[in-house]
Design a protein around this ligand. Structure first.
Ligand code: SF4
Length: 72
């Protein structure tokens, strides 16, 4: 039996691979492979720090520590 998070990770492959801590955080909504809409430098959106708005997480500002981090 897989968890909802494991199932989501299986079918929604992220488009980027970076050193961001966000990849282990349950609040990241990643840009998925073959997505055409978002700006090219995004790895995804943080759904926590500026709630109720999404915050764009840039590929080039690598986040290694975050007060909002919560492990998936
Ligand atoms: S809460 Fe912090 S670690 Fe989590 S997705 Fe947002 S910016 Fe990344």
């Amino acid at each position: 039996m897989v968890t909802p998070e494991e199932f989501r990770a299986k079918i929604l492959e992220p488009a980027k691979k970076t050193e961001h801590i966000c990849w282990q955080c349950k609040h990241l909504k990643p840009v998925i492979t073959e997505s055409k809409l978002p700006p090219a430098d995004l790895i995804g959106w943080c759904t926590k720090l500026h709630w109720p708005f999404y915050w764009c997480v840039s590929e080039y500002d690598v986040i290694t520590k975050c007060y909002g981090f919560e492990k998936k």
